[in-house]
Design a protein around this ligand. Structure first.
Ligand SMILES: [Zn+2]
Length: 259
């Protein structure tokens, strides 16, 4: 009943202005209170702007600062529940003499746009075809609006380099420990090696981990609410449809992380 009331109230407001805001979320906008069609009963619903990183996590009451010693620098944010789970995991790892260090966490659409467009410009001469250029960037970087880092549930740990986590690498103990223990704290690795079970999506990232209790329902909602033609607002966005960003990249993850 709570949502029904808000739904009706929001409909009246939307009917009045006839547009949907895509701007940064300063306060709860009317459309933010509309539960999406098909939302899972008992599961928190997330506004579309939030799924696409078009909000200010600094002003969002579900986000908390991370800081040292959990991160390598101040200024990072995560959803409260994800950070609490990480702290427990961090402490358990520490007791096993394993040092987990967050080097990237929540990123907004605007921040991802800077990363994407820098690569877009750098590859312009060598890869002039827009589709090929986007695919090249997508080996490791998400399109703005389609990154799991928008969600406040995903982190990069220790290093952005797979060999560092492999036998003989400086963080091989970190990866071994995470593979054995991360699931106990709700974390999973979305970008496992590509192959028959994961034919599409980003290349393997041994450093990227996701807090599944929130990220899995967010992913299902993303799949229901967002289509390729809504991934717009940056250089090369016109390639989103031909590449199939939602189907092949947002959903192209380790099946374990979808549960
Ligand atoms: Zn990452």
């Amino acid at each position: 009943m709570f949502f029904v009331g808000y739904f009706l109230a929001a409909l009246v407001v939307l009917a009045g202005c006839g547009t949907e805001s895509n701007g940064a979320r300063m306060v709860a906008a009317p459309e933010d209170t509309i539960p999406p069609v098909g939302a899972e009963p008992g599961v928190q619903s997330f506004p579309r702007n939030e799924l696409m990183g078009k909000f200010d996590p600094l002003r969002h009451s579900d986000f908390v600062p991370v800081g040292r010693p959990f991160a390598d620098r101040p200024g990072m944010l995560l959803r409260r529940e994800a950070f609490e789970a990480f702290r427990e995991m961090w402490e358990a790892a520490r007791q096993d003499s394993v040092s987990l260090k967050i080097i990237s966490s929540t990123r907004t659409f605007a921040q991802q746009k800077i990363i994407w467009e820098r690569k877009w410009a750098r590859l312009a001469a060598d890869t002039p075809d827009p589709g090929a250029r986007a695919l090249k960037i997508l080996e490791y970087s998400a399109m703005p609006g389609a990154s799991r880092h928008h969600w406040g549930t995903d982190i990069d740990l220790n290093d952005l380099n797979n060999p560092s986590f492999e036998p003989g690498g400086v963080h091989s103990k970190v990866y071994d420990w995470m593979q054995k223990n991360a699931y106990r704290f709700g974390f999973c690795q979305p970008y496992t090696p590509k192959g028959a079970e994961r034919p599409h999506g980003y290349n393997e990232e041994k450093w990227h981990w996701s807090y599944q209790p929130i990220a899995a329902p967010m992913l299902r909602q993303y799949a229901r609410d967002i289509e390729d033609n809504q991934i717009v607002g940056f250089l090369g966005a016109e390639t989103a449809g031909q590449i199939g960003i939602v189907g092949h990249y947002v959903l192209g993850i380790n099946a374990v992380c979808k549960q």
